[in-house]
Design a protein around this ligand. Structure first.
Ligand code: FNR
Length: 386
């Protein structure tokens, strides 16, 4: 079945008197989900760094690229599949690591539900270090899902090694090391409302369940000890000197997230990483950097096919997915939208979001005459000034 056939399913449902239960439009989804979330999560998920101009630019940047329609190339069959690290996936879509997704569903098991969305759709889920359930429980709850583990490198190297080994043992298929968040960015909305879930002891399940972290806190720690131990170890500022050590931690594919400069991409590949993840963390870390999409073509050119390039930040539609591929990404991740979809509609809402994005991407490729991802290169796009 083609991804685009989701529209037939929805239309047949409507003929039978059942209208879709979940939103289609990203802004509508955000608005309705925020109304469903408690105030402290609203600012944490929706907010970003500084005056949030980078966050807005991430989304707006997609409109400055126009896909060029090509006719007489119509194809009833499309192929959105991609090979990443030796495994074939039906689509290039991924669920980005979102640290508070665990809190976004009323039962506080949002990490498990994100993995369930992955299992239902075939789209890999990248689990954050910051989970509400231990990574083993998330893996066990959705054994069918393709799961990758995102590491926030702690200061304690034994803890880093332990987290990576646990992820390996639990069946996670890749390690994504996030480089841009060893210190939280300046986030006025959260500062104004006193919001930082981790400082309230939330989303620390991967730490409290870890034997190395347990040694650091001592037995039966009170909540204050847990939080202060976490604060003390959370963010190691990773430098090039750390790369050989990070590489030595695992034989799984090692991906580095937050890379926006071609020299950084090249040097990371020379240092043995297997994938480059171009992202500005959805504009949550450093304001003033402009759209992440701006950096993608140079990063992809520097990688030059040596490794997969993953992109996120500002992806809101299926057409955005297609444009990011045309600008050089091999795979494209969504962040905030799936947190909103889970908050509003649970697993069914998340599945609807993923299926809708893939249906739109498939149908855009169908109509515009780009039947496979390989057909999408820079010549498929024109820069436009709005
Ligand atoms: C994130 N992101 C993130 N990234 C990461 O590597 N580890 C993490 O734990 C988190 N946590 C997190 C929480 C929340 C609430 C958000 C919104 C984002 C960043 C995420 O992986 C991705 O880079 C951005 O979400 C992409 O931006 P958009 O498209 O969501 O705006």
């Amino acid at each position: 079945m083609a991804f685009g056939d989701y529209q037939i399913e929805l239309s047949l449902g409507a003929l039978g008197g059942v209208l879709p239960a979940h939103p289609f439009d990203a802004a509508d989804l955000e608005q309705r989900a925020l109304a469903a979330l408690p105030p402290e999560l609203q600012t944490y998920v929706a907010g970003g760094a500084g005056d949030e101009s980078t966050q807005r630019a991430n989304v707006a940047a997609f409109e400055r690229h126009a896909l060029v329609p090509r006719m007489f190339r119509a194809s009833a069959e499309r192929d959105l599949s991609v090979e990443l690290f030796g495994r074939r996936y039906d689509s290039p879509l991924l669920l980005a690591p979102v640290g508070v997704v665990g809190l976004c569903t009323p039962d506080q098991h949002g990490d498990i539900h994100a993995a369930e969305v992955a299992a239902a759709t075939g789209v890999p889920y990248i689990g954050s270090t910051l989970m509400s359930d231990p990574l083993e429980d998330v893996a066990a709850a959705a054994p069918e899902a393709s799961k990758w583990f995102q590491l926030y490198t702690p200061k304690n190297r034994d803890l880093a090694a332990s987290l990576v080994q646990r992820a390996e043992r639990a069946g996670y298929e890749a390690i994504v090391v996030t480089l841009d968040t060893w210190v939280p960015g300046w986030r006025p909305r959260d500062l104004a409302s006193g919001n930082f879930p981790q400082l309230r002891g939330k989303v620390l399940a991967n730490y409290t369940s870890d034997p190395v972290f347990q040694q650091m806190t001592g037995p039966d720690p009170d909540p204050g000890t847990v939080v202060m131990t976490w604060v003390g170890t959370f963010g190691h500022p990773v430098t090039w000197e750390d790369l050989p050590w990070l590489r030595s931690l695992t034989d799984l594919p090692l991906i580095v997230k937050g890379v926006c400069h071609p020299d950084d991409a090249r040097r990371a590949l020379d240092g043995g990483v297997d994938g480059i993840y171009c992202s500005n963390h959805g504009g949550r870390q450093a304001n003033g950097g402009g759209a992440a999409l701006t950096w993608l073509p140079e990063v992809a050119a520097a990688v030059d096919g040596r490794a997969p390039v993953i992109f996120d930040s500002g992806v809101r539609t299926g057409a955005d997915v297609v444009k990011a591929i045309a600008l050089g990404a091999d795979a494209v991740a969504i962040g905030r939208p799936y947190a909103y979809a889970l908050a509003l509609g649970g697993v069914a809402g998340g599945v609807h979001l993923v299926r809708s994005l893939l249906a739109e991407a498939d149908l855009v490729m169908a109509v515009d005459g780009y039947p496979t991802l390989a057909d999408l290169g820079p010549e498929a796009l024109r820069s436009v000034h709005l």
